[in-house]
Design a protein around this ligand. Structure first.
Ligand SMILES: [Ca+2]
Ligand SMILES: [Ca+2]
Ligand SMILES: [Ca+2]
Length: 430
């Protein structure tokens, strides 16, 4: 069974072995035919020998009686001789064939030996293939399990594929939309490319301009720094002016209101002025009449002498004390005489008073000057302000709070401020 399987396998594996097997079978058939012909020749030879012995030795007969039989035998003998010759020729042919077949047999044996070796090798290869088949069988089981698993995965994948197909359809529609957008964008991109090229050329031109402008920019940067400083100064000035403007606006509004009030007052005053002008004209007339009267009275008074120890100048009488008092007591003494401390209101009076004192002694005397009420603001005792001044150089200096004025007799006479509590002469006027 195994051999047949092997032969089949061999035949299946190599078709040239068929010729070798046919040679082996034909060799067996030729061998059987040769043996059979040999045996047949031996049987015919034995038959001829037996007839000869029976008719010539055991049962000899006369020539007449035995002649037919002898002829028959001779014919048989000749026939057998022919058969023997034929068989011998046939045997010779068969021997030739046998030799050829023997030679072929040896060759076939060699082939058989080779085939046996091949068979062993194939047997070994067959075992290897069996082992391989078992391995493949095991692998087949694994592959089958894997196939089942893959089948499950395939079903899942198929469902996913259906889902993907649905998604694909949606994506296809989206893709078509995107394709449309892409085409639009492509057209836009081409337009943009054209614009880009134009812009590139403009950019090159602008680059040249930029370089020139860069140089200018550096120059302008320097100018900008200078201008910025000036601008900051102007800004500060502007802010200051703005504040001033605001104040000015406020002042302007105030002044406008004041102006309106003043306009009203101006109108009122204008009317009053017109009335006053009328009154002034009347008063001027009256004053001129009075001045004439005063002139006449002054002339009359100048002719009237002052009391004893008093000196006349113009319409006033003057007295220089021999006692020495402080400024306040001096004024009290003058008032007690119906006068007050001296008030100088003309250059002539200034010179007249200088003659009342002793210039060689630089005599000084209290006069009616004081800044007791407001330091530095000198007024006469009758309340009138100073119209002409004869202060010594560097006076009044308020040295240790000097608030009272004195006359110092010099070439033209001069004034000085002194401490009010100093006791000295004084000059009264009435
Ligand atoms: Ca006077
Ligand atoms: Ca003073
Ligand atoms: Ca002084």
């Amino acid at each position: 069974m195994d051999t047949m399987e092997i032969d089949d396998t061999l035949l299946y594996m190599d078709g040239n072995l068929i010729t070798q097997v046919n040679f082996r079978r034909r060799n067996q058939i030729l061998r059987c035919v040769t043996v059979s012909l040999g045996l047949l020749c031996a049987v015919l030879l034995c038959s001829n020998i037996s007839q000869f012995i029976f008719y010539e030795i055991i049962h000899p007969t006369s020539g007449d009686q035995t002649q037919p039989y002898h002829n028959t035998l001779t014919q048989n003998k000749e026939k057998l001789q022919n058969d023997n010759d034929n068989l011998t020729a046939e045997r010779d042919r068969l021997e030739i064939s046998y030799d050829a077949l023997s030679k072929e047999t040896r060759q076939l044996k060699i082939i058989l030996s080779n085939l046996t070796k091949d068979k062993d090798e194939l047997q070994h290869y067959y075992s290897y293939l069996i082992t391989k088949r078992n391995e493949l069988q095991a692998n087949f089981s694994n592959v089958k399990n894997e196939k089942d698993r893959l089948q499950t995965n395939f079903i899942n994948l198929k469902q996913e594929r259906d889902q993907f197909e649905t998604n694909y359809t949606d994506m296809q529609r989206k893709l078509e939309g995107l394709q449309t957008n892409h085409n639009n964008l492509t057209a836009t991109a081409e337009q943009l490319q054209t614009s880009y090229n134009n812009l590139q050329r403009e950019k090159d031109a602008l680059s040249v301009l930029f370089t020139a402008l860069r140089v200018k920019e550096v120059q302008l940067e320097g100018n900008y720094t200078v201008l910025k400083r000036e601008k900051d100064q102007l800004q500060r000035s502007y802010n200051s002016l703005n504040r001033n403007k605001h104040q000015t606006d406020q002042s302007y509004n105030t002044l406008r209101k004041d102006k309106e009030q003043l306009q009203t007052r101006y109108n009122t005053l204008r009317k009053e002025k017109e009335q006053l002008q009328t009154n002034y004209s009347r008063l001027t007339t009256a004053r001129e009449e009075l001045q004439s009267k005063v002139k006449r009275m002054t002339t009359k008074l100048s002719g009237i002498p002052c009391q004893a120890h008093w000196r006349r100048f113009d319409i006033s009488c003057y007295f220089v004390s021999t006692l020495k008092k402080n400024w306040t007591e001096s004024r009290k003494a003058c008032i007690a005489e119906g006068a007050d401390l001296l008030v100088i209101d003309s250059a002539e009076e200034q010179l007249f008073v200088n003659e009342l004192l002793d210039k060689s002694e630089r005599q000084n005397a209290w006069i009616g000057l004081t800044d007791t009420l407001t330091e530095g603001v000198w007024t006469w005792v009758d309340g009138t302000p100073i119209t002409i001044e004869y202060w010594q150089p560097g006076q009044p200096n308020d040295f240790k709070s000097q608030d009272c004025g004195e006359y110092v007799s010099t070439d033209k006479g001069s004034w000085n401020d002194d401490g009010c509590f100093a006791a000295q002469n004084y000059i009264c006027e009435k």
